[in-house]
Design a protein around this ligand. Structure first.
Ligand SMILES: Nc1ncnc2c1ncn2[C@@H]1O[C@H](COP(=O)(O)OP(=O)(O)OP(=O)(O)O)[C@@H](O)[C@H]1O
Ligand SMILES: [Mg+2]
Length: 327
């Protein structure tokens, strides 16, 4: 499904491009003919559940993994033929944090600078700048082992920025962080983009894609199943959402049956939470009737919500399952 006018952008506007990329492991198609284009100077998100293929895309784009077929470029450098030049313009903060625990924050950053052939003086200067930018200056001389999860993430992100990359890849940058650290990291990412960096991030958090990304590719089972801005995706749900909280959770399926006639599609009933959601174009005017019908069946409702669709609803509609499956 293609939802945005932006998909008609000219090729030369894309800073990242994948064309018909597949990656096959035996019988498993980790990526199945994926094509996508990312525009410069903004955050673009790859949103999808565990195993969708997000890391595989990032690893191919950062030259760590060869695709089985297809072509991909970053900044017009081909991932296979221009890998060395490509690596010079990118930064990567991988899914597992790659800081050296027995070094201090400062030493970690200086080491990266030295690995990239900066002089000792320049490596030090850059480390100081990054420590300040990521508010790690106070902890700079403690070994990373003593850092909290959020501090490690920030240090890892700082390490990916030593060379001021043009394009930054962040693979699930905020997984495992508490909400406060997550918001703080979002702000750091926003600042980077304001200073001209292009960011491609992967996430399983709908809110992260919603709040941070200008454009979202929804990935599931190795395919791009939808793309657009958060608003475009939400509009694609095609109506409003009626959400019912059934007091007796096991009765959710029965409630779904009762309200089905008002929906544009089959309602989703979650017997674990007792929540029933349904996309409808009938308007809030149906509420009294819906409640009467449920009452007649002896179904007790603890909450009724009539709202705009969320990315969650969109994902559910597209795939029949939730994106944040591991939550
Ligand atoms: N080296 C490998 N050998 C075999 N299968 C692999 C290999 N690497 C990845 N896969 C499979 O490819 C699929 C896509 O994996 P990938 O790591 O890209 O998913 P992901 O979207 O990043 O998931 P997560 O959110 O869990 O990080 C999964 O089914 C995974 O098991
Ligand atoms: Mg991954």
């Amino acid at each position: 499904m293609s939802l945005s006018k932006e998909t008609s952008q000219k090729n030369n506007e894309a800073i990242i491009s994948l064309k018909n990329i597949s990656k096959v492991y035996g019988d498993l198609k980790a990526l199945d003919n994926v094509s996508l284009e990312v525009r410069p100077g903004r955050v673009t998100a790859l949103l999808g559940p565990n195993g969708a293929g997000k890391t595989t895309i990032v690893r191919i784009l950062t030259t760590l993994l060869r695709p089985t077929s297809g072509t991909a470029t970053v900044n017009n450098f081909d991932v296979l033929n221009d890998a060395q030049a490509l690596r010079k313009v990118i930064g990567l903060a991988g899914q597992s944090v790659a800081v050296d625990e027995i070094l201090t924050g400062r030493e970690n950053l200086e080491m990266v600078g030295r690995l990239y052939h900066l002089s000792i003086k320049d490596a030090r200067k850059r480390a100081d700048e990054l420590l300040a930018q990521f508010e790690l200056d106070e902890a700079a001389d403690r070994i990373a082992k003593t850092y909290s999860g959020g501090m490690r993430r920030r240090l890892d992100l700082a390490a990916s920025l030593v060379l001021k990359p043009k394009v930054l890849f962040l693979d699930e940058p905020t997984t495992g962080l508490d909400p406060r650290s997550r918001f703080a990291l979002w702000n750091v990412i926003r600042e980077l983009v304001n200073s001209g960096t292009t960011v491609l991030l992967t996430t399983q958090y709908l809110e992260e894609a919603d709040k941070l990304a200008k454009y979202i590719f929804v990935v599931d089972y190795g395919k791009i199943i939808a793309q657009g801005t958060a608003d475009e995706l939400k509009r694609s749900a095609g109506g409003d959402v009626l959400e019912l909280h059934i007091t007796n959770h096991e009765e959710a399926a029965l409630a779904a049956e009762v309200i089905g006639e008002y929906g544009d599609e089959k309602p989703n009933a979650n017997m674990g939470t007792g929540i029933v959601t349904m996309i409808t174009n009938a308007g809030a005017i149906i509420l009294p009737e819906v409640i009467r019908k449920l009452d007649k069946k002896g179904l007790d409702i603890s909450d009724v919500i009539f709202r705009r669709p969320s990315l969650d609803d969109v994902f559910m509609k597209l795939t029949g399952h939730k994106v944040e499956s591991s939550q």
